[in-house]
Design a protein around this ligand. Structure first.
Ligand SMILES: [Zn+2]
Length: 381
């Protein structure tokens, strides 16, 4: 198919008015120019000589990112900018507005500003995830949990912001919050957060799920004691919530650890389970893929993020991931992970796959439907 024919096919796609995006981190979701303004307003240090340098520092692109660890490196700073109830509230409002406004735009300005009059669609259901303990001002003290701000106030600020945005939008966008635990946090810190979640879900219906995020090299959960500890965290916090987990993005998580993690944490969905494909392609080991299939685990795929971290080598290889999942009848969805840091949108990532022949229009609409069906927002109803 020629590029012109592909473009014509893309233009003929009947997009729904609203779509569901399942995997977006709050830290990567405030457009850079807005993040800079919050940092400036709060007097946060270490932001460079001005906006241009800040963008250079924060933006996640090929020249700076070689793996997951270098991808995650600037999150400490962003978490500091977003720390405390006021900045958190502002960040949540901006993040939801950003999704609605620019999620369906193919082109964005350099700081993540919307650059089109009419987007292809709006994000109508959004799952926004973040780690409240890392918004207490203790971010440079990894492992510590005594920050400047009160974690209860941070959680309450996030839920209040979600409710206010929904009122402002007259429910045209629904948002749920996922609380992320940290691979890089101590068990003690994760348990403190788990108990907070267990307490808050009684009154805050906007908390809909839990997740585990952070560096796989720091804590791959290959150690059975660490895995048992994380299971305890999930058991305390995730009884009544949707459960997802980042696992298998890097080679630090081998196929045994991947399987053990899923069996222990018992998630409903899995983020970036690329290890399962790698084991199959490289060693003909299909146990990971079969596990995803048997449990009907919905896979949250984030294209540009996976390419930046090297989890997937090329757009062409992304096509192979998608087709492998189809061969094993494993459901998958697409999200942007950190749209503002990567200056990207859901529409532009789908277009990237499509123009490279890595996805068909049928696979796109199926993935959008699966996202709608598998969102944890439904448990709110
Ligand atoms: Zn993620």
């Amino acid at each position: 198919m020629t590029l012109e024919e592909k473009k014509a096919q893309w233009d003929a796609i009947q997009w729904p008015n609203t779509v569901t995006e399942l995997h977006v981190h709050l830290g990567g979701s405030v457009p850079l120019y807005r993040l800079w303004e919050i940092a400036l307003d709060r007097g946060i240090r270490g932001m460079g000589q001005g906006y241009e340098e800040f963008v250079q520092l924060i933006r996640r692109e090929d020249s700076k990112v070689t793996d997951l660890d270098s991808y995650l490196e600037i999150y400490d700073r962003i978490e500091l900018i977003q720390s405390g109830p006021d900045a958190l509230r502002q960040s949540v409002i901006i993040a939801i507005h950003r999704a609605f406004l620019t999620g369906g735009m193919v082109h964005l300005g350099p700081g993540g500003e919307g650059a089109e009059g009419t987007p292809l669609f709006s994000i109508g259901n959004l799952e926004l995830r973040f780690n409240p303990l890392k918004r207490t001002g203790a971010v440079f003290l990894k492992g510590e949990h005594a920050g400047l701000y009160d974690v209860d106030r941070v959680i309450r600020a996030a839920c209040g912001a979600v409710e206010d945005v929904e009122l402002g939008f007259r429910q045209r966008i629904n948002t749920g919050i996922l609380i992320c635990f940290g691979r890089d946090m101590t068990h003690e810190a994760n348990m403190i957060l788990a108990k907070k979640v267990d307490k808050w879900i009684e009154r805050e219906k906007k908390i809909i799920g839990i997740d585990l995020a952070g560096s796989e090299s720091t804590n791959p959960l290959s150690d059975s004691t660490r895995l048992k500890e994380m299971k305890e965290v999930y058991d305390v916090a995730g009884k009544y919530l949707g459960r997802t987990v980042h696992v298998g993005e890097t080679r630090h998580v081998d196929i045994e650890t991947f399987i053990n993690t899923i069996e222990a944490l018992n998630p409903h969905r899995v983020a970036h389970p690329i290890t399962a494909c790698r084991a199959y392609w490289e060693n003909n080991d299909d146990r990971g893929l079969k596990l995803l299939q048997e449990r009907s685990l919905v896979c949250e795929l984030c294209v540009k993020s996976n390419l930046l971290t090297g989890a997937v080598a090329s757009v062409e290889e992304y096509g192979k991931v998608i087709n492998t999942f189809d061969d094993f009848e494993i459901p998958y969805t697409f999200s942007t992970d950190a749209p503002s840091l990567q200056v990207t949108s859901l529409a532009s990532e789908l277009l990237l796959l499509f123009l490279h022949g890595a996805i068909t229009t049928e696979q796109i609409s199926r993935a959008l439907k699966i996202a709608e069906q598998s969102t944890f927002l439904h448990s709110l109803e």
